[in-house]
Design a protein around this ligand. Sequence first.
Ligand code: ZN
Length: 230
Amino acid sequence: MARELARRSLPSGRTARVVMSEAADGDMAVGGPENILLSQCHALAPGTWTWLEQVHGTSVVEVLEAGGGAGTAADAAVTVASNAPIAVQVADCVPIALLGCDGVAVVHAGWRGLRDGILERAAHALSAITDGPFQAVVGPHIGACCYGFGDRDLDDMADRLGPAVRGRTRDSRPSLDLAAGVEYVLDTLDVVMAVVDGTCTSCDERYWSYRGTGTTRRQAMVAWIQPEEG
Ligand SMILES: [Zn+2]
């Protein structure tokens, strides 16, 4: 079932929270805001969520209130608003949350988005609305064990994201290590990886995996800022 990956008390008295769903929590894939399954969402985080129309691009949406910008074509969201959950849906791609001094971001990062700079764009957008230092929370994604990748594409990724992205599958074929790519980018941004859940979505039955089974179902990472109690 859903697990809290991070909970951080902020200087403002508010609390940043990051929760990751599993297959057992239900399908978090949505085609648009009208399809949001509210009962499932509410079990994980309160209020109306901001979902994104994820396109493996580099657009970031700033969310000003609960549900703001829902359905926007973007692959990351940032907010400093209380009780305005922002979510990304994944089934192999890397879900990443960034926690700032008084704000949060969520990022959907597949190989294309990572290559094209979605993580840098999200960190930049977050730094425009809150101070650092930032910490990153990395959720379950497909591991190098299961992510066979063509040689030529792998060369391109290694040029962009460093040699550590060159992995090997369990049967010794060249593969892409997405986590290594994420770590490389975070390093250039001076962002600490505070929490890393390296579970492979293809190996582990608790998660949906597009590469593993071709499913259209998705798990969600959701982040929000809880107001001060009382
Ligand atoms: Zn695996």
